[in-house]
Write a protein that binds this ligand. Sequence first.
Ligand SMILES: *Cc1c(COP(=O)(O)O)cnc(C)c1O
Length: 375
Amino acid sequence: MADSERRPLYVGEPNLPDWQRFEEMFRGIFERRFFANHGPLERELDGALAEYLGVSHAISVVNGTVALMLAAKALDMRGEVIVPSFTFAATAQALNWAGLTPVFCDVEPDTHNLSARLVEPLITERTAGILGVHLWGRACDPDGLERLAQERGLKLFFDAAHAIGCSHKGKRIGGFGSAEIFSFHATKILNGAEGGCITTNDDELAARLRTMRTFHDSETRVPVALRINAKISEAQAAMALLSLEHLPENIQANRMRYFRYRELLSRIDSVAFVDHAGNEASNYQYVVIKIDRAHVSCDEILRALVEKNIHARDYFSPGVHHMAPYRDVPQPDLPVTDELSASLIQLPTGPSVTDADLVRVCDSLEEIVEEAGRA
Ligand SMILES: *Cc1c(COP(=O)(O)O)cnc(C)c1O
């Protein structure tokens, strides 16, 4: 069989729950005729997430982007928020939606994340907060950033969209800063067919968020500036609850693929496996490689992989500061962000990706790199 006719492999393949269980949960929704507005599944999901993440409160919402907007709004900031450019566009744009201005910060070359060292020089009298991103599920310097935020009187929250099930020094991500947000988009390890949540250990912040997420009755009714329809539906909550139940086994399956990739990739020149998990718990949802650009370009590799029906991805490329609307105003030079954007590739992993598929991806990569060497 020609390489181009072999089974396509994609990045971000969804995890699906057991169909029978899903049907049962859906039958319950039909029987209750209760589709949203603080229903039993939303309440169950909020409780299950708080327990799993080891936090006082989880507030489920319709998606991760809205979770970011709500968290930013509920933290009552005005002015600027320091944020990485090496992230998904939603991280920065959610700040604009909340009436804030993102100020882009470069990331550390070894962690791909913000650090207190990089953030501190950007703090001015206009700075209201810091929004860190736990990229690939690797913690974004929570100790350094918590210390810095405390010293300078800034709000600190985290985009943990990649990081459910990940830890920092043995503590689950979800409890750092004032709040963290998660996404249950179908490409994330916990698939709610869209969905997300905000986690916090701050009772007052949680009460504000619960009031803000709906115009209807909620378990809280506290004074807030604005409310929005951000509530998760019972249908999404059903998916998310089942996906949370399956999370440990999905992490375990990802983990097998992650370490197998690490082993297979070790023999290929010009390609370095990014071990973002280190010795922490990870969900292993992201398999990232760094290309030696002196030898071969990401574009060359991606193009050659597509010919073999392997749909790897270059993300995040370009950095958010190069995209609309930010590129229309002067932006700082972010050399590490630019370098990472041009040299990182995501490889396919997911429930249907077999060991033979991993061998196929790595053999293909080896062939492409060797070919580039001869050219
Ligand atoms: C997926 C993602 C989001 C947005 O989540 P949605 O649920 O798709 O709105 C935000 N930030 C990062 C880093 C993400 O990967």
